[in-house]
Design a protein around this ligand. Structure first.
Ligand code: PEP
Ligand code: MN
Length: 355
């Protein structure tokens, strides 16, 4: 696609069922007007005529971009109801079996509970290697670490960029851990995908549709964070972008949303995890570190995540959180991480997962 062109979903045609409810006691000529409009919009109308009210079941193709919601503009239309979910490829309606993703040999969404861990940011070769060895020894199979950091202030540490990617590749070569790292912009996708086993799309970019499309095209598994003020449906529709653009390897990640509460950095929404598991067939990972922003709460939130059916966790671990260049307040040191993992085991097993 050329730069500047609108994003289009061109590949997949969907049959859409809509119900158009016409107001009671509408004169027959105005009922016929609605039925005519439905046909003009490319849908097949099937009127169901009651004694004083008609509803029309309409079947068509959503990729014509006519969802029939525009019929609300007619005075005699009471409402237009969509029957299917808006996120068709992500939904369990269309895909009842749970998806298991293979990220460089690590299976996500299957029987195993997956641990991803590592520093918020890649800061140096030594910091990353100490973290990698520690999280591996404690049971993690995926190493996290941002080489490109989305920081609120331009004066804060922005990440080491390509040098950080090189360090992540070296950590993988030494430890065998798979790598998850954030991609900030669509122009970085190829570079980051050259190192990452899983591309992370951050909360601040969760509705950056061009980035979603570019990540979809990379073919790499993508972990999609929930945006900090995203409703669940919006999050699942962002996942739908990845799926609709041909990437089936989508992992959802709940990382807390912004609320009025200020005892925690974000409000970790564990109900959203249970809902995402019910509504979709995709694996769901929980990030308790961004989710609460407090090292002292990470351990108990991990237990909650396992209990509501999460498929794994992504946890920030730093050799010396007090000296971290980002998110020091929420990172665990290696010892606390090892304790967390040991104490988590019975909770994960009680949830029916192996660990
Ligand atoms: C992170 O994982 O360090 C991060 C910036 O995450 P989020 O996009 O969830 O804020
Ligand atoms: Mn962080």
């Amino acid at each position: 696609m050329l730069p500047g062109c609108p994003i289009r979903v061109t590949l997949i045609a969907f049959t859409l069922l809509m119900i158009v409810v016409i107001r009671p006691h509408t004169p027959p000529d105005l009922v016929e007007e609605v039925i005519r409009e439905i046909s003009l919009l490319g849908y097949t109308p099937n009127p169901i005529r009651g004694e004083c009210q008609t509803v029309v079941a309409a079947i068509g193709d959503e990729t014509t971009h006519a969802s029939l919601e525009s019929l609300n503009a007619l005075a005699q239309v009471e409402r237009v109801i969509r029957v299917q979910k808006r996120y068709k490829l992500a939904s369990r309606q269309s895909h009842p079996e749970t998806t298991v993703i293979d990220a460089g040999g690590v299976k996500i969404g299957g029987a195993d509970f997956v641990l991803m861990a590592g520093p918020c940011s890649v800061e140096s070769e030594e910091q990353l290697m100490v973290s990698a060895r520690a999280v591996k020894a404690a049971g993690a199979t995926v190493l996290r670490g941002g080489a490109y950091k989305p920081r609120t202030s331009p004066y804060e540490f922005q990440g080491l960029g390509p040098e950080g990617l090189r360090m992540l590749a070296a950590a993988r070569a030494e430890t065998g851990l798979r790598i998850i790292t954030e991609v900030l912009g669509e122009h970085d996708v190829d570079l980051v995908a050259g190192t990452a086993d899983i591309l992370q799309i951050g909360a601040r970019n969760a509705q950056n549709f061009r980035l979603l499309v570019a990540c979809a095209r990379s073919g790499k598994p993508v972990l999609l964070k929930r945006g900090m003020s995203m409703r669940i449906e919006e999050w699942l529709l962002a996942a739908e972008y990845l799926l609709a653009h041909g990437n089936p390897n989508v992992i959802l990640c709940e990382r807390g949303i912004r609320t009025f509460e200020d005892y925690t950095r974000n409000t970790l929404d564990l109900a959203a995890v249970a809902i995402a598991k019910q509504e979709t067939h995709l694996p769901v990972i929980v990030d308790p570190s961004q989710g609460c922003g407090r090292a002292d709460l990470v351990k108990v939130l991990c237990r909650g995540a396992a209990a509501v059916g999460a498929d794994g966790l992504i946890i920030e671990v730093h050799p010396n959180p007090a000296e971290a260049l980002s998110d020091g307040q929420q990172q665990l040191d290696p010892e606390a991480f090892a304790t967390l993992v040991g104490e988590l085991r019975p909770f994960v097993q009680a949830a029916g997962r192996s660990f």
